[in-house]
Design a protein around this ligand. Sequence first.
Ligand SMILES: Nc1ncnc2c1ncn2[C@@H]1O[C@H](COP(=O)(O)OP(=O)(O)OP(=O)(O)O)[C@@H](O)[C@H]1O
Ligand SMILES: [Mg+2]
Length: 344
Amino acid sequence: MSESTVGESTQSVAGSSAAGARIELLQLTKKYAGQTQSAVEDISMDIAPGEMVMFLGPSGCGKTTTMKMINRIIEPTSGQIRIGGRDILELDPSELRRGIGYVIQQIGLFPHMSIAQNIGLVPQLLGWDKTKIATRVNELLDVVGLEPTTYRSRYPKQLSGGQQQRVGVARALAADPPVMLMDEPFGATDPITRERLQAEFKRLQKSLGKTIVFVTHDFNEAVVLGDRIAVLAERSRIVQFDTPANILAAPANDYVRSFVGSAAAIRSTAMLLVSEALAQVRTAPIPADAGVPTITPDQSVRDAINAMLVSGSTEVNVLNRGGAPIGSLSFEAICSLSASARRA
Ligand SMILES: Nc1ncnc2c1ncn2[C@@H]1O[C@H](COP(=O)(O)OP(=O)(O)OP(=O)(O)O)[C@@H](O)[C@H]1O
Ligand SMILES: [Mg+2]
């Protein structure tokens, strides 16, 4: 039986279950019973092994439906899905799902199970022995930044929302699946926790190399995390499917532009180097004893904003490599840069 799982099939193809698997959607359509219109119509997409693709689109456009067809929580009306070259509609659905990590928006931890039991769920279903599961759980808690001895015996309600999200990610990673599906996994957290989880996940993904489909309706999240973004319209119609940089530089039409909007200006300002920003809006350095946070010219404007947020200051001092002050940046100055980028 286990030879029919996606994880196993990738193992034989790629030599390691940790490597990502190619996902191919071929003319995939879903029409819910009793509906006159399809929820998803004729979507085709090729996702490379190890690639992280963001589904970006408005509420109701079919993102979740498309994603749930990939692990067969929803059965397609027509079309084909291949993972690692295999037609998954021919696999046993529950076997298939054990080879796919899945993080849902509401986290979905089991309240009566400890954190360790939640994370160890799929390995247990796969028949791993207790010691191997315990080791894996500790390893994953470390990976998502939760101290194992502190957290493994707790129950979900004894964790903050952001910590529960991390456990949700750890659980999805448990059996080292080649494919991860993530449906607005950070949606339920406050903006600061969300940014932190995004940054951590991006680092994590670099080392894991999973193939990931990630649903969001947040353009910034799509830009920060995605290798490519699929901008979807009604019935999961692909309006543009490209790298964040290409979409920012050349939105395909007004629809995509409406997503990019002023976010592009803010984003492009945030990605400027401090040295570039200084060249446009240099102000004098602030005396070192003023308690203002410091930053170096090779950091980004985004880093400067983060430093302000953390310290509660509206200015940062810019120090050169030798630690000598060479100028400063104010929040106001950054806003003016962003405003002129929007006008450009
Ligand atoms: N079980 C169902 N039966 C009938 N229609 C459904 C069902 N589930 C979803 N739909 C419809 O299919 C369309 C796509 O829904 P889906 O959940 O895929 O959207 P989504 O893009 O994930 O939206 P959101 O951003 O709000 O989560 C919607 O019009 C929705 O009303
Ligand atoms: Mg959805």
